[in-house]
Design a protein around this ligand. Structure first.
Ligand code: PAF
Length: 315
């Protein structure tokens, strides 16, 4: 992580209302400076910071939004437990190169009388949508639409760890003709393979070691695919067995088309292996692209999903 300096924090403005945000962005917009948005729910980790650094290298101005969106949590307890540490987040975002931190209140985002939601049909029925209910993605797509309308960035950055969320947001932006580019960045992992997540801080030592079962499950299926296995049933069994061997019961383990999330029977091209599990009461997700036939190429490390080129802003 970059060193946090008081100067970096003082250079970054912290704004809490849409009006303040628009005032903060107006000079850059008038000057034709490229504006990048990194939407987050805070508890920033290296995954978020890599998005912010990437945005800062390419864009003239970087906005990081920090909003724990109640509309996308199913269980009130999950929302209450979600880590909140705005002061640390502000320092980390500033050190990574953010120019503006937008940290609105719930009332600013959902004022009294708020009655609109944005829903992507179909893609949201599967995987996380099936496991968490339709309100989860409705909450995500509604808040992301609002954040994009509030900041009106030229480009917005999302992580591939939430592969389904990324797909849903791409669909949303295309369907609503929103004038923003969506760019994806690879999943960032701890040295032992655990995908970085804001929820990882909720894991105690024993849970943290069991959580490794997720990346190990992806690895075991990837190894099998690299060795020539094509049957989805066998690949899914390898992933599930690896999780269960660590005492982790999968919420789901699915091998799907990366663009449609339709389940597949045989690995004939790139496929998305998506998994979710609860480590006691902490729910984690992870994914990998499996590729047939190329030993070593089917792996969880951070490859872009098919069709995702990492383009740059004109800074
Ligand atoms: O991925 C997240 O952190 C959230 O789902 C997002 C995109 C910031 C919307 O609340």
């Amino acid at each position: 992580m970059s060193p946090i300096t008081p100067t970096a924090v003082s250079r970054m403005s912290i704004v809490r209302t849409v009006a303040e945000l628009r005032t903060a962005l107006a000079p850059a917009r008038r000057a034709g400076v490229e504006i990048g948005l990194v939407p987050t729910m805070g508890a920033l980790h290296d995954g978020h910071l890599s998005l912010i650094r990437h945005a800062a290298e390419r864009c003239g101005l970087v906005v990081v939004s920090l909003f724990v969106n109640p509309a996308q949590f199913n269980a009130g307890s999950d929302l209450e437990r979600y880590p909140r540490r705005e002061r640390d987040d502000a320092a980390l975002a500033a050190a990574a190169g953010a120019d503006v931190l937008f940290a609105p209140s719930v009332e600013e985002v959902y004022p009294p009388g708020f009655a609109t939601s944005v829903e992507v049909i179909g893609l949201t029925d599967r995987l996380e949508g099936a496991a968490r209910g339709s309100e989860h993605f409705r909450g995500v797509t509604t808040v992301v639409t609002k954040l994009l309308c509030m900041a009106m960035p030229d480009v917005a950055y999302f992580g591939q760890k939430d592969a389904q969320q990324l797909l849903v947001i791409r669909r949303l932006v295309e369907d609503l003709n929103l004038p923003v580019r969506i760019e994806a960045r690879p999943t960032v992992r701890e040295p032992d393979g655990l995908a970085m997540s804001s929820r990882n801080v909720l894991l105690d030592t024993d849970q943290r070691s069991r959580a490794l079962a997720l990346s190990e499950a992806l690895d075991s299926a990837a190894r099998l695919a690299a060795g020539g296995e094509r049957s989805a049933e066998a690949l899914l069994a390898a992933a599930s067995d690896t999780m269960r061997a660590s005492g982790v019961v999968p919420d789901y383990v699915a091998l799907v088309e990366p663009d449609t999330l339709e389940p597949i029977d045989r690995l004939s091209g790139d496929a998305l292996l998506a998994i979710a599990a609860r480590i006691d009461d902490v729910r984690l997700i992870d994914n990998a692209i499996l590729r047939p036939g190329r030993a070593g190429s089917a792996s969880r490390p951070s490859q872009p999903l098919p069709g995702e080129t990492i383009t740059t802003c004109n800074a």
